[in-house]
Structures are given as C-alpha cells and as structure tokens.
Design a protein around this ligand. Sequence first.
Ligand SMILES: NC(=O)c1ccc[n+]([C@@H]2O[C@H](COP(=O)([O-])OP(=O)(O)OC[C@H]3O[C@@H](n4cnc5c(N)ncnc54)[C@H](O)[C@@H]3O)[C@@H](O)[C@H]2O)c1
Length: 579
Amino acid sequence: MTKQFSVSPDGTKYPLPTEEDYKREFERVKALVEEARQKGQEIVVVMGLGFVGSVMAAIVADTESKLPSTIHHPPSTINHPPSTSHHPPSTTHDQSPMTYHPSPQYPKFVIGMQRPSTRSYWKIPLLNRGISPVKAEDPEVEPMIRRCVLEKKTLTASFTYDVLTLADVVIVDVQLDYAKKDLGNVRTGHVEMTALEESFDIIAHHIKPDCLVIIETTVAPGTTEQIAYPAMKKVFRQRGITTDPLLAHSYERVMPGREYVASIRDFWRVCSGVNEEAKKRVVKFLNEVINTEKFPLTVLDRPIESETAKVVENSYRATILAFMDEWSKFAEQNGVDIIKVIKAIKMRPTHNNMIFPGPGIGGYCLPKDGGLGIWAYRHILGFENDLFKITPLAIDINDTRALHAAQLVRDALRNMGKPIASAEVLVLGASYREDVGDTRYSGSEILIRRLAEMGAEIRVHDPYVDVWWEFRNQESYPENNRSLFFRNQKKLKDLEVLKDLNTALRDIDALVLAVRHEEYLNLNPEEIIKHAGKPIAVIDCFGILDDEKIKTYLKLGCEVKGLGRGHIRRLKEQVKNSG
Ligand SMILES: NC(=O)c1ccc[n+]([C@@H]2O[C@H](COP(=O)([O-])OP(=O)(O)OC[C@H]3O[C@@H](n4cnc5c(N)ncnc54)[C@H](O)[C@@H]3O)[C@@H](O)[C@H]2O)c1
C-alpha cells in the first residue's frame, strides 16, 4: 500500500501513522497520564483539534489552581456541586476545610485527540512541538499553546481513540456539517450526522462509566438526548455497565480573531446535562476552566434548551443581517447611503446591534446553524409541517447576497466600456470577516465563483490567508463544494492568495473591496491608481470608502459602485459639476 501523507499549510508532509505507531503512541500517552495522575491532575480529552478544540484544549491545559481563600461563588442560580471525581478536587470547589485536599498547581492534563485524516493529521505533530494548529490574530494563542506543551507540560496531542479510556472528562469539538444541495435553498440540504454518530459510538466504547462527556459541537436540537444518549447507553449496557452515561451540552461562542481566547475563556456560557449528575459535573468543570466569576454560567433544565439556545442565537444574527439585504438594494436604487443610515439608527441604544452584511454572510456557523434547527424539527423531533419561514429565508438571502456584488462589478466595468469577460479583477479579502484568516463560506468565495463564471480573470489578496482551501481542494471536498453551483470553475483550483498588494494591483481593470481588513480601510486612491496604471472600476462591498475617497476615485476617472451606496450617483454629479 502506498504511504499516505497529511500536508500542513506550510507544505510539510507528515506520513500517516501505521498499525505499530498506534501501540507506541498509546504507551507514550499512558506514561504521561500516569505522571499526571500522580500529581493529582484531572485527565481531559478534547476530541477534534479544529478552530474550537485547539484553543479550548489550551485554555483547559492552562488552568491554574486558585487558593481557597480567593474563592468567589457566583450568583445563586448556579450550584457548585460537590466533587464526584475520585481525584483530588480542585480548590475552587472545595466544600469545606474538612474536604480540602491540596490540589496541583496545574489541575488539568489535556490530551487533544484528533483523528489521523489526510486533511488534519498534521495538527498533531505541530501541536506536540508547541505550535498552534490554527492561525490566530490573537497574540495570546501561540504563547499559550507553547507554554502548555513545553513548559507546564499539561497538553499533548494524539491520534489514537484509546486515549479516551484514560479520560475523566471528554469534550467533543468535532464538526457537524450541513450539506446544501442547491445554492440559496437551505431546505433541500441535510445534516451530515454519520460522523458525529460514529464519534458518540467510539466514545461510549472507550470511556470509563463515570467519565463526563461535554458536547460543545453545535448540534441539531434533540441530538444530545435523542441520539447521543440512547446510543451511548446501549453501548454501556453491551459493556455490562449499569450506570447511565454522564452527558452534557455546552456550546461554544468562540470568535476566531483578536479576542479568540477571551471569546472562550472570558465569556458567558450556557450548559445543561441529561441528568442531575451530568449537570452538576458540567457546572463544576466549567467553573474550573472558564472565567465564570466575571461571566456567570446559565444552567438550563435540559440539553435541548442549550442546543436550541445556540441555534436561535445564530439564527437571530443571520436574520438581522439578511434583513438589511433588501434595504441595501433599496438604498442603491434610491440615492441613499445605507452606511450613513445604519450609523444614524445605531445612535439609538435599542438598535445598536444593527449590522451591514457586506457581500454575504460566511463563517462556519451562521450559514448552517438555522438549518440544523429546521432539519431537527423533521428528522429528530418528527414534525411534518412547514413551521419555519424566517430562519430559512434569512440563510438563503445571506447565501446569495454575493451574487449581487458580482453584478455591481459587471455593471461598473460596463459603464467604463469594458466587458466582464476577460477583465482583470482584484478582490481584496478572502476571509469571511475582518482581520481573521478563516475562509469558510466567505462571501468572497461566491463573488469570485460568479465572476469566474462570467469570464473574469481573478486575482485575490489577503494578509491573513495563505492557502484558500475551498478553491485549492474544490475537487476533493465532496461536501459543501460550492464550485458545483457554477460553471467555468476549473482554473480557480490554482488561485493563489497574493501577499504584495502593489504587485497585485498591476494592470487590473476592477478592484473589489470585499472584507474590512484593517489594511484595506485607509488605502490611498492616488496610490491605488498609480499601481493599477489606469482608471479602474472600484466596488466597495463593505462601506469602506468615505465620500472624500469616492470623489477622489471619480476625479481620477474611475467608476465607483458600492453595496447599499446609492448616493454615489449624487457624488458623481458633484464631481462633474465641480470639474
Ligand atoms: N469556528 C467557529 O468559529 C465556531 C464557533 C462556535 C461554535 N463552533 C462549533 O464548534 C464545532 C467545531 O467547529 P470547528 O470550527 O472547530 O471545526 P473544525 O472543522 O475546524 O474542527 C473539527 C476537528 O475535528 C476533527 N474530527 C472530526 N471527527 C473526529 C473524530 N471522530 N475524532 C477526532 N477528531 C475528529 C476534524 O478532523 C477537525 O480537525 C462545530 O460544531 C461548530 O459549529 C464553531
């Protein structure tokens, strides 16, 4: 059999483990765990070293014991349960001086468990050298991972499921995808449950009966109680275990970006458990690793409530973004600058979370989370009727908004007498939001796919993205491959993300400001045109250009268009009249 490799973003090839490697690997981790147990550390396995799991694993590994005298018990709704673990309890939750045991300085030993797939195996050797497998703009991430792996020695990564047998707590941070069959119709999609169901099965076959399992993955409401719990219970019974699995749900609100770590550690959490014991244990655990003194926990009665909270939270945000789509188009047609309108409205404190959607809503969560609810209603909870109206509509609007941005590019070029076919278009920004390197479901991807379909020659620049995997691997990712919705996509496989802006600008016909990266907020129009070498079409998708800059571009002979920026026509008249 040919050797298989996993290639890291910097191009290093790591051979996948062989049969013998598994045994050796388990022995390595077992020795580390024995040492940890002697120190009185609790063993935590984080399953899935992705955007959430890598940083969550580091946060847990970075936990330090607090002195009993500094204990502050958060408000009354939160119960601090007695310790149920047979390891020395952490000082944070000692019930009285009688039960107090000195706890280790670092109370948690964390094993980041990642399956050895060709796509993700490289994360393990990287993390074990103290290097973060996720690229983060938050300066806390890299040193935290280095510190935990190399100095505190509280964090290791492994590929074998056998490490689950060593765990006191398992945190599930694997992905759960929602596969869309059509562009702009979330209803025809489905939740890819198989992989998650397999994960529950593997966990149930390996863990100790009293191991706490916390599902952090965003799941379809009902999953914890109606899918995971019965499946795990069945395996427990087959294993002769008479107790019930201790299963809890607590979702992540992580925002990869400058506040990456804080968005996990210093942020409010919601949780619940399938039974009282599971609930007590998850509350205890979160109180130990998350800053619940400043950001109190909300404990809900049942996991379906915690699961629903996550889905509603993100559907709410997707909806307020989608709501602006029609008003943004209204603004374009009627001489209104929607950016100024939003600013004016936001002065009213009750409306200050109004947001401009840019060229579509991406990220891993907002495009799919509502779909999890719609799917669950029918396929887990067993309803036939068509309950959901707003949630799917919002997702569909957001998923197709970038198509309108592509029309603006086409129209701006047309106004300059240049057809979109074979025009050189530079898109500034690949990621789904400002100042991050995450490209999942970004609006820029759909914009580029549409422009390529219309025959444009595409260039892209992004300071945070090295490889745009959605294009590079478009042929090998069967799920959520958005190239399937467009024609003429083949050559996008070779799309390179450019790093030098001045070179990227050379001889372009159109410039699309697609993401509010800091580097793009104050670009000088004269400089841009100097590097482009001629007047160009400028398309502002995110309210980046102020009126002065728009007028400067117009004076330089450029055509300017912008999402929601109907006032540009007026500015054009002013420039014409003044010249
Ligand atoms: N990324 C975010 O901003 C964010 C925010 C809040 C919530 N979430 C939710 O958190 C969950 C994880 O998201 P993510 O962004 O970290 O996903 P991700 O795809 O970056 O990471 C998931 C990791 O799990 C691994 N994995 C999958 N199956 C496995 C298995 N059986 N055993 C071991 N490892 C396995 C994958 O290889 C991958 O490395 C999702 O449900 C997501 O919706 C994500």
